[in-house]
Design a protein around this ligand. Sequence first.
Ligand code: GLV
Ligand code: MN
Ligand code: MN
Length: 425
Amino acid sequence: MTSGDHASFGTGASLRVRGERLWQSLMDLARIGATPRGGVRRLALTDLDRQGRDLVVGWLRAAGASVEIDRAGNVFALRGGRNAALPPVLTGSHIDTQPSGGKFDGNYGVLAGLEVLRTLNDAGIVTDKPTGVAIWTNEEGSRFVPTMSGSGAFAGVFSLDYLLAQRDVDGIAFGEALQRIGYAGSVPIGGRPLDAYFEAHIEQGPVLEREDITIGVVTGALGQRWYDCVWNGQDAHAGPTPMETRRDALRGASRLVEAVNAVALRYGPVGRATVGFMQVSPNSRNVVPGRVAMSVDMRHPDDNALESMDRELRDVAHAIAQDLRLECALRQVDRFEASRFDSGCVDAVRTAARNLGLSNRDIVSGAAHDAIYVGRVAPAAMIFVPCKDGISHNEIEDARPEHLEAGANVLLQAILARAGASRSP
Ligand code: GLV
Ligand code: MN
Ligand code: MN
């Protein structure tokens, strides 16, 4: 279909994104931080993050958007509407990745948004309300805690000062890293009214693929708790030190790994618990480790269950510490409650999928997403598409071009339904 055909329909109901252009953008962005196994390592606020941002911001500007950057480094690329005074219909996601991340997590949501703007331009569509694409800073929470940093600060979940003071494992502050890559903008954080926010994302789980369904209509997301846990015992010689007198911090950490998995299983099938980070000190093969720092990530769709999981975690950590004569400092460092997306926005996604003739089902997100925090200050919803074998946070993360295209078409139609469209004069 040519852009002339699109325009002749006026309202944009027949408008479709260009799937191959979206795919090409994904592949081009994936070259920045590409890993040998086909993944991407583009940690938040690194030089690679700057390069990725520069590339995408360049594309957004070339699509005619005006770009603003706020003090947390969130990027807002806005496309005018017939009524400039109205709050925009926003979409977006993040382009920071996990250390061994894939090409699609986050990147898809941002580039699907770019593809929507390009498609509107091609068809000469003027929306009634402005539209726009956001790139949220440090969604992954891998380099800096809290997760969903930019969108959380935007929504007032934590203060900008708190965020800028957070440090990575090397002691570098968020604010310092943001300045260094040149994305510490001057626009005040938050206080930006939005008509609605839609975020497209790969599912990152197995449900859609298993059921051969193209579109997940995301109704909400699990609640989450993050902890830092530090075990202190005593460094000692691996040879002469009797087994009975040791205070081995790694034994405490190891027992906790098993214990948190057992907690999740007790709250199954939807409870989740993970230890993904550990630093053993002094990390020498012939020294009994005197100190271990580790993370705990727990998730559940029911906040009461999550509270009970929290209590069980504290109890078991305390019991292990007593048994092994260790000190254990367990600190909650991030939390958010289970969320439900706005029913009007969820309906807009469902209706768009139906009108496009795409198979769809309601789904709850197991992963965290910027839409969770944006949804606290604006009506929000998400669109999921399947990913291969449900694998994500992995270099082999993969998704089918036709599914990505379908999700972007749902995004386009949901945005049009909300923003209102007419042909340019
Ligand atoms: C982010 O990717 C998360 O779900 O932790
Ligand atoms: Mn993501
Ligand atoms: Mn992720």
